[in-house]
Design a protein. Structure first.
Length: 125
């Protein structure tokens, strides 16, 4: 199976644009899912959230920024792989001057209904 991301509807969400490419609905596979996000300069994926049912891996395709995982902040850039362990609270922010694009992989399959949101947690300046 080949899925062209340009054929998938892009949804505007707080701090990012998202396309779900690999889902149980598109492939019948419930073991994993995958989306692509675009984060504009200065924006952060909001709100802070966790995935109580599984892990997330994020690969930075292009751009740069910073990520907070359970309160610890690290810089990220093109070519970085970020691991969000099951249940970890995290936020990704674009600190560069160009779009940040990332591929996000979930195991087991996830969608927005499986996220746990933390509206009161923010990235420090």
């Amino acid at each position: 199976m080949v899925i062209d991301e340009r054929t998938i509807e892009e949804k505007a969400l707080p701090g990012r644009y998202m396309r779900w490419l690999l889902t149980p609905e598109t492939t019948g596979n419930d073991r994993s899912s995958m989306c692509v996000i675009r984060v504009m300069p200065g924006q952060a994926v909001k709100p802070a959230h966790a995935h109580p049912e599984g892990d997330e891996l994020v690969y930075i395709v292009h751009g740069s920024g910073r990520v907070m995982i359970d309160g610890e902040i690290s810089p990220v850039r093109e070519g970085c792989l970020i691991h969000f362990p099951q249940g970890s609270i995290h936020i990704l922010q674009n600190t560069g001057d160009t779009e940040l694009k990332a591929a996000c992989f979930f195991s087991p399959a996830a969608d927005l209904s499986t996220y746990k949101f933390y509206e009161d947690i923010e990235l420090p300046d």
